[in-house]
Design a protein around this ligand. Structure first.
Ligand SMILES: [Zn+2]
Length: 342
């Protein structure tokens, strides 16, 4: 990336109202069959255009072709029974009805490769594609086969590696693994979570990223955040090991969060996607607020390694709010670029 402070989003963007219920997470599709296929492609085009109009440098798919950032991937695997559901506690935070692992898990066919190819055909800009991370995947399932979180995570890491290699071949420049679970299961992250992630990126030549956030602005998450105290220091326990890992880029929540930004110094040398847009509020940041977050991050991240980003996905936000937030991001970044180039 030659451009100073290249901008991107963490992942999801609002879907058009004709494709899925707006301002809702995980809402079901409004179209079916062929219409759904074309609807998803048109939504991808709109999502691309929304990012380009805002001046975003690294384009993502806005997760227009998936209903849920984890289960849409799992739906395509064998060994998981979606009719057989159990209630589990997700990230120690909220109960959800999830599918059951009933046998060996495997990927029979590519999941997002067609979609990535479609996005690749429509832009010459660098593109980033997000996949769920192994630890977050196992946390969104009931396991009745492996009876071991670690064993199942290793199996998913192998499957993710197959998908990642095909995404790379389809022309994806950055493959990102979403691991919100890394902020919760701190011991497991260090015991095997990061090792599983490295298995998932084995042999890749494109850049790789891991996104570790405090979640969408849904009630379960905002309630959980209230219990975390005045300083959020989860990153402190996982960043040292990530610094030594083969992952190229680490995507973190920074703006409006209680994460002490000096923790970013624990990953000195890595590229850092610095979340400078709060996705848990409809209030639109001013460019100056964005610039301020980036200036603080620049105390701990070298300018050539700082990638301004959003804290997390923006799927549940009204579309015009998400658009305005993207504009605020790029305007704020331009302020800091000008300062750095002065
Ligand atoms: Zn996130």
């Amino acid at each position: 990336m030659k451009k100073l402070l290249p901008t991107s989003t963490a992942g999801s963007l609002p879907k058009p109202c004709w494709l899925a219920e707006p301002e809702a997470l995980w809402s079901p599709w409004k179209l079916q069959g062929e219409e759904l296929l074309h609807g998803k492609q048109d939504a991808l085009r709109l999502s691309l255009q929304q990012q380009q109009l805002a001046g975003i440098d690294i384009i993502s798919d806005g997760e227009q072709t998936r209903q849920h950032f984890v289960t849409t991937f799992i739906e395509h695997l064998s060994g998981v029974d979606f009719a057989n559901r159990q209630t589990v506690r997700i990230r120690n935070r909220y109960d959800a009805s999830v599918p059951t692992v009933v046998g060996p898990v495997s990927r029979q066919k590519p999941v997002f490769v067609q979609d990535a190819r479609f996005l690749r055909q429509h832009t010459t800009q660098p593109i980033k594609w997000a996949l769920p991370g192994p630890m977050t995947m196992i946390d969104t399932l009931y396991d009745n086969h492996y009876q071991s979180r670690e064993k199942l995570a290793w199996e998913f890491a192998k499957i993710l590696n197959q998908e990642a290699k095909e995404l790379e071949a389809a022309g994806v420049d950055i493959i990102q693994f979403d691991e919100p679970a890394f902020n919760v299961f701190l011991d497991e992250v260090n015991d095997w979570g990061i090792a599983c992630l490295e298995r998932a990126i084995e042999g890749l030549k494109c850049e790789t990223a891991v996104h570790i956030c405090y979640g969408y602005g849904i009630k379960a998450n905002t309630d959980w955040k209230k219990t975390l105290g005045t300083e959020w220091r989860q990153y402190e326990q996982i960043l040292p090991k990530l610094q030594k890992s083969n992952i190229d880029i680490i995507s973190l929540e920074c703006h409006n969060s209680r994460v002490p930004l000096e923790l970013l110094s624990l990953i000195r040398g890595k590229k850092v996607m610095v979340g400078a847009i709060d996705v848990a509020t409809d209030i639109i940041e001013t460019p100056e607020q964005v610039a301020d977050t980036l200036r603080q991050a620049l105390q701990y991240v070298d300018a050539d390694k700082l990638y301004p980003c959003t804290n997390c996905g923006m799927a549940p936000l009204p579309r015009h709010i998400a658009g305005a937030k993207l504009n605020a991001l790029t305007a704020g970044v331009q302020i800091v670029r000008n300062e750095l180039l002065r």
